[in-house]
Design a protein. Structure first.
Length: 115
């Protein structure tokens, strides 16, 4: 039964996101303005609630992402995703180091120094 409820919840959330995407791309100006008036505050409230649940504990670990055997240091993937979409998406990609950045095609410190 839990799997059915989880699938229903996921479908509802993705359906709402799809609906909002369609409104942003296909709606007229007054509808998009109304959408901004209602949905931006809902989305910022949702982000704040999600980030509050992932605030580090007194040991600097994320209580939601940590398990008994595997503690997760802050910032967890929720915080890094929030930063990526809310902050880093506004500017040029941040320079990183390491083979994973180069493999993903992101600028690395070595690449920035060569320009």
């Amino acid at each position: 039964m839990d799997e059915i409820l989880a699938a229903t919840m996921c479908d509802a959330v993705y359906g709402r996101l799809d609906y909002l995407d369609r409104l942003v791309t296909d709606a007229d100006e007054p509808s998009r303005a109304a959408l901004a008036d209602t949905e931006i505050s809902r989305l910022t409230r949702a982000w704040r609630d999600l980030l509050a649940a992932h605030q580090p504990d007194e040991h600097g670990r994320c209580p939601q992402c940590s398990g008994w055997r595997r503690p997760r240091q802050h910032p967890c993937s929720v915080w890094t995703t929030a930063h990526q979409h809310l902050i880093a998406a506004d500017g040029p990609p941040a320079a990183t180091s390491g083979r994973h950045a180069a493999a993903a095609g992101r600028p690395t410190v070595a690449m920035l120094g060569a320009s």
